[in-house]
Design a protein around this ligand. Structure first.
Ligand SMILES: Nc1ncnc2c1ncn2[C@@H]1O[C@H](COP(=O)(O)OP(=O)(O)OP(=O)(O)O)[C@@H](O)[C@H]1O
Length: 262
């Protein structure tokens, strides 16, 4: 479904931020990319979305989604692909939502940007998706301004929006880092339900190996732009190969008194 071949990402003329990155993902698979700040995790998923910042570029390699090179798509092709087939959520999805507009009109606009539907149809779809994320009283949420919702609710609105068109691939960049541990656990469980319900593949970017261990089928560990460890979650948890992974494992946080790692 997604194949990344020997990808090297550079910003301007600086040394590569990511080098020789390889990845092959199956439909419905959850993959976690873990590593400390600056290891290159975000650069990889930005490249998959075709969203590297201006100075960033793929200096080498290719990214194939369903056999098509993402790097060769033009802006219009990328716009169509992103949101419908591939979508992304961030640390605080509230950031993606305009703070001075109510959720409803923004959500309706977002839907109508990607498909031909009446305002009423789009509204119905939005309310349905908010319900799928178990947000209470969806109509009330549509009437709310982002600041009137808690961080966890805003994040669920963000996930609902990202899942509107049932994308094949969801890219999640630190989706739970801004949340308290209880809310974090709820969001993690809901993301896992998405995979079950829609068979969505998820790439989860996190510095938290505990969250990765809980959610992912496969874990990839990055350091200084390189993959230093890779395997099924059991392999990484039970037999980490790299010293760096061993260090990360020793620092796995505790969730509601329970280790994320079972
Ligand atoms: N917009 C940018 N301009 C220039 N260099 C950048 C830019 N974004 C990232 N980089 C470079 O790429 C490296 C990797 O950054 P990236 O954000 O991919 O890492 P990360 O592992 O996701 O870190 P974090 O967890 O802090 O987001 C950085 O150390 C920096 O050198």
């Amino acid at each position: 479904m997604l194949e990344i071949k020997d990808l090297t990402i550079q910003y301007g003329s600086a040394a590569p931020a990511v080098a020789h990155f390889n990845l092959s993902m199956q439909p419905g698979e959850i993959l976690a990319i873990v590593g400390e700040s600056g290891s290159g995790k975000t650069s990889v998923i930005r490249a998959v979305m075709g969203l590297l910042p201006h100075s960033g570029f793929a200096a080498r390699g290719d990214i194939l989604f369903e056999g098509r090179s993402i790097l060769s798509l033009n802006e219009e092709e990328l716009r169509i692909l992103c949101g419908t087939q591939i979508s992304m959520i961030f640390q605080d999805s509230g950031m993606m939502i305009n703070p001075i507009r109510r959720i409803g009109p923004q959500y309706v606009e977002y839907i109508r940007m990607h498909e031909a539907s009446t305002k009423k149809q789009a509204y119905g779809k939005a309310v349905h998706m908010l319900g799928q994320m178990r947000l209470p009283d969806s109509d009330n949420i549509m009437e709310s301004y982002p600041f009137q919702l808690s961080g966890g609710m805003r994040q669920r609105v963000g996930i609902a929006m990202a899942m509107t068109f049932q994308p094949k691939l969801l890219l999640a960049d630190e989706p739970t880092s801004a949340l308290d541990v209880t809310t974090q656990a709820q969001i993690v469980r809901q993301m896992m339900e998405l995979r079950q319900r829609y068979h969505t593949s998820i790439i989860l970017v996190t510095h938290n190996l505990g969250v990765a261990a809980y959610m992912a089928d496969r874990i990839l560990v990055m350091k200084n732009g390189l993959i230093v460890d890779e395997g099924t979650r059991e392999q990484i948890l039970r037999r980490p190969q790299d010293e760096y992974t061993k260090g990360l494992l020793a620092a796995v946080p505790v969730l509601e008194g329970e280790m994320y790692v079972s």
